[in-house]
Design a protein. Sequence first.
Lengths: 109, 629, 220
Amino acid sequence: MSDAHAESHEAHPTWSTYWKVALILTVITVIEVWCYYLKGFPETAYFVPTLLILSAVKFVIVVLFYMHLKYDAKLYRALFTGPFLVAMATIIVLMFLFGKFAIHLSLLT
Amino acid sequence: MATIAAPLVVPRTADEPYGVWSWLATTDHKRIGTLYLFTALTFMLIGGLEAEIMRTQLMRPNQHIVSAELYNQLFTMHGTTMIFLVIMPLSAAFFNLLIPLQIGARDVAFPRLNAFSYWVYLFGGIFITLPILFGAAPNGGWFGYAPLTTKTYSPGLNIDFWVIGLQILGISSLAAGFNFITTIINMRAPGMNLMRMPLFTWMSFVVQFLIILAFPVITIALVFLLFDRFFGTNFYEIARGADPLLWQHLFWIFGHPEVYILVLPAFGLVSEVMPTFARKPLFGYPVMVYSGILIGMLGFGVWAHHMFAVGMGPIADSFFAVTTMLIAIPTGVKIFNWIFTLWGGSIRFTTAAMFAIGMVAMFTIGGISGVMHSSPPADLQQTDTYFVVGHFHYVIFGGSLMGLFAGLYTYFPKFTGRLLDERLGKWHFWVNFFGSNLVFFPMHFSGLLGMPRRIWTYDGGQGWDTFNFLSTMGAYLLVPATLILVYNIWKSARSGKIAGNDPWGAGTLEWSIPSPPPPYNFAVIPRVTSRYPLWDVKPPLASAPVPNTPKHSEAPAPTAAELGIPMPYHTLKPLLTALALPIMFGGLMLMHLENKLPHYIFMYGGAAMLVGCLYWWLTTPLEPEHHHA
Amino acid sequence: MTATAADVGHGYTTTGLPHRKIAIWAFIGSECMLFASLISTYLIYKGRSIAGPFPHEAWTDPSTHHVYKAILNIPVTSCSTFVLLMSSLAMVLALAAVENRDVPKHTLGDRILGSSKLWLFTTALLGATFLSFQAYEFTSFVHEGLTIRTNLFGSSFFTLTGFHGAHVTAGVLWLLTMLGIDFKRGLGPKDALNVDIMALYWHFVDVVWIAIFTLIYLIK
């Protein structure tokens, strides 16, 4: 670790960034709900991945801009990303262990 | 400045507070570490007594010294006590005592949170231990498998005490985790980059991450069990479709990192002790760091090796078998590095050194039996037998505990100013070493011959009798060994040889300040330029005597006020906030009574006390506002 | 001893970053595991309740022949999701207002944006609105026949959303405390760190809800 230096982050996001993020969050939520009501779409194989990707985008922009991880010291990114990845891996492995992915992978007995 | 004729005294700074209140209201990491140490040693005696009773019962076949029900409580409490109330707090004692000193800091990042962690541990430990006096101790094993521990199959209060006690104890560990992560990241002295940090601090750093990631999982597993038992939810209700494996997976996702939480601090201590008494730096420092990190990370990927017998299927079994075998590699690497640290060194066989070397030997044996479990087919024979009991006692008793003892003998002089008696220490070591091997080695045989775990008695003539008898003899030997340790501590604290700053000629920062350290630790925060700062100035001499004790007294250290160092206030707020937890949770348990009034008073009163004390704490500054000259 | 320099100042930190901010990010990491366990359990038990009611489909009780409709109310929950998302906007504005208190404000718009009391209040209000939606949702589910004890869905759903709601409640209390301090002595740049810590907690709680809304409500 480097020696002490005054905490400095790059320019804070401004009001302009904030309302744009809020707008994107709203639009994505609207799209998600619209997908839910789209006739026949929830039954396709694309529904779940679409929703997961849309939510992931919301998640990432809140973390990057509202929690200003993009602008802050890299240490915070490490402190969050590590545990977040462990949490994701845990959910995924548990899904496998409880047979939740069995349908999609016909390899599993 | 001192006269040669004056007797040696333990140096004390003039403004060191004393008396009961100074302990109850302390926020000093050294005092908190001392509290952890003595509380943990006390629980060790209790957990040890539970073991002695079990071994007496098992000495011969078909005995009825205790009932089956009491036996269940004994093995549950022995496991719970030793893991949560002894080994983890002994490690916490060293985190507290050592980490700030090793990194050149004056305290931890959040001193009051630190005190809070200790008091929560004490109150939680009492909460979970008291019931045994009423025959209502937890009795579902330290791992409390549901659905056995659900209300249907465990209708009494025993498991309620267990669930709530563990929830309380978990809060203690989590709070300490956040504290030490912040401390290690943010309070290192100038020049101490991560690869110059003492290895104990490194291993502790990894452990804190394991704690903050693993404890939430058991928190949820316990919440589910608590809700099932108190509110009638269905998480573990098979009749409603619950999966009998949910508890096991959640528990072991916590449980496996937990065992690395138990052993990595001891590894760290041994990595300090070995170089000190071999008078040369640790062999392969970077590798030791990376292997510790790797063990921590891989430790999250092996948990289902505790479940090879439940029928997860070949893919799951293979995955976890491979990860378990993989984790043996960084662990084995450490063993070699310790051996190479000793190789070519000028070894001083003090008690501490012997415990460190003994730890390496016994952990290796435990590691070998452990890697034998990593093969699912082999494990199908070994699991749930005494073979596993032998394995984990070798790694926890022979590994963690002996490593902690090595740390105790090394660091006792730093914190009390007096050395532990070496003769008594050697007796402690040998009786302990011989005794523990005699208890646990025969278990490999009785286990492979089919003796199951957690049985209160057994029929003779199955080939287990001799091994059980030998184990009990070994257990009985551990009694005098432990008593020798207790006596040594008691005697040496009063009249042990005065230690001076650096009796061992060691290399790291904690040895540069007086023993015991003044409240502010360092009068001047040092600037660090290497891994063994003291050896830069004074290289470890092969022929230097050990211990190297002072010939005359030091002048008392200046007070914090004289040095212009602001010290945190003493405060009871952490203790009071901690006290709210067992009151609140205990109130939950009163739900079972006919009269609901005590339930409401204690539960809501406890919650109000918690919120109120938190507000009071968070709105009070830690230390006086200070003005720079 | 090592070569010593002049002593470091009292507020010295290795990284130059504040202790509390490091600690809150570590805490948030830990909370990821907490919610991961709750969410995993919900997903594990999805579709495994022996009896209804169920989240997305109607169910007829074979013994009473009572028809239970699909329990989850997507339109209502979409509204509450939107409310919580907007509360995050209010939160960043509150923090910005506190940080920029001493910056001169020339237009009405700037003054509105710069009122920390307004935005703290709005965040708390939106948070409380979200909680009201949750309370409405929970009570209506109970009326429709789903309690925490009914089946696996009820247990895992109420526990997961209940834990989330408890986190929101703690956040609202925190916000109201901050608001109280703002009224009492005012919040300025020297308080920015504490408001930032609170904001990080608040956004995290929002982010968890994003995950819950998708995984529990939208995915069938």
